[in-house]
Design a protein around this ligand. Structure first.
Ligand code: TXA
Ligand code: MG
Length: 322
């Protein structure tokens, strides 16, 4: 790909052209409040197949369908339980993905052959404008996984998308630059196909928030028979080896909350003040460690049951139990 495909000013014309490229079957990487997504027309099998090629991701892994508002939900999902409607009303647009029974619009190439579909309304002005322009041209939804190569750290800036995928995108594909992602880790995925909501991937929408919205007990299931690619052994992983909750040694990189001091000789790559800042800068910090050529990074996990659960989930996958 070349520079003209990297669009740093997302004017209405740029967005309209990007929507047209999606309709034509090309790929558009775009910002969301969580991480950048690699988008394709979710109704176009050929276009969706290219997502898998560019990511190097196994084709039986299902994708999230992004829509502009809850009003489009019925196109993709049926038999929507009352509690899922409550969640959608309370937290969309936002960092939450709902897994629901699919309609015939959600074909096997989106769902990985499962009878459920994952849907999300992102809370980012570029993403929403793109979705609205796409829908005004007859599009029904944009399938978008995180815009990284399979198993790697998700990108939280357009430059990170270019670094990950620049070599794999074609001359018709685009990257929309919407600045840095506000949340920094992927959306909370909630299985809404059962009697009660079940968290498949923790994120910024916390168990307490789900409980408050639905009045129901929330299950957090670690071992799910549903295919979530993040549940594979190694995921969200930088090139460096990640070690958790140890005292860092000289030469190692170090990420911890700002009230934890840096031992001598250790390369401090992040010192966030809050859990929210921790999540926002985690992936870019891991990338920076790789850029610096550091082989080992120690992370002290944040304590707490809000977004900290999501942070620990990603760190444990990146560390593979180290
Ligand atoms: O924040 C996010 O969710 C970002 C932004 C771009 O929206 N997207 C994202 O997509 O993280 P991806 O593909 O990297 O992760 C989505 C996860 C995958 O692990 C996939 O297996 C799971 O969602 N998923 C998709 N459809 C599913 C379904 N029907 N049932 C269970 N899990 C599903
Ligand atoms: Mg991903």
């Amino acid at each position: 790909m070349n520079n003209s495909q990297f669009l740093s000013k997302c004017t209405a014309d740029v967005i309209d052209n990007a929507a047209a490229q999606l309709i034509a079957g090309h790929l558009v990487a775009f910002p969301t409040e969580t991480v950048y997504g690699l988008g394709a027309d979710a109704s176009n099998e050929e276009a969706v197949r290219r997502i898998y090629e560019v990511k190097g991701r196994p084709t039986d892994h299902p994708l999230i369908v992004h829509i502009s508002s809850v009003n489009s939900l019925h196109k993709w999902a049926s038999d929507i339980p009352e509690y899922a409607i409550k969640l959608a009303r309370d937290y969309w647009p936002g960092p939450m993905t709902l897994v629901l029974k699919r309609t015939s619009e959600a074909e096997n190439f989106i769902t990985g052959g499962q009878d459920s579909v994952a849907v999300r309304v992102p809370n980012n002005s570029v993403a929403i404008s793109l979705l609205q322009a796409f829908e005004s041209k007859g599009g029904k939804g944009i399938a978008a996984p995180s815009a990284n190569r399979f198993g790697h750290v998700s990108p939280t800036s357009a430059q990170d998308v270019f670094t990950e995928l620049g070599n794999y995108l074609s001359i018709h594909d685009l990257i929309l630059d919407g600045g840095k992602c506000a949340i920094g880790i992927e959306s909370t995925i909630i299985d809404c196909t059962k009697e009660t909501p079940q968290i498949l991937r923790p994120g910024a929408i916390t168990p307490a928030m789900i409980q408050k919205s639905t009045g129901l007990e929330v299950l957090i299931e670690d071992k799910s028979d549903i295919r979530v690619s993040g549940n594979l052994e190694k995921h969200y992983a930088p090139q460096a080896e990640v070690f958790l909750d140890q005292i860092p040694k000289a030469g190692q990189a170090f990420i911890a909350l700002s009230d934890i001091a840096t031992p001598e000789g250790v390369v401090r790559i992040a010192a966030p003040d809050t859990a929210e800042e921790f999540s926002r800068i985690l992936y870019e910090s891991l990338r920076r460690g790789d850029t610096l050529g550091i082989r080992e990074v120690v992370v002290i996990q944040p304590i707490g049951y809000g977004i900290e659960i999501g942070i620990r989930d990603r760190l444990n996958k990146a560390a593979q139990g180290r």
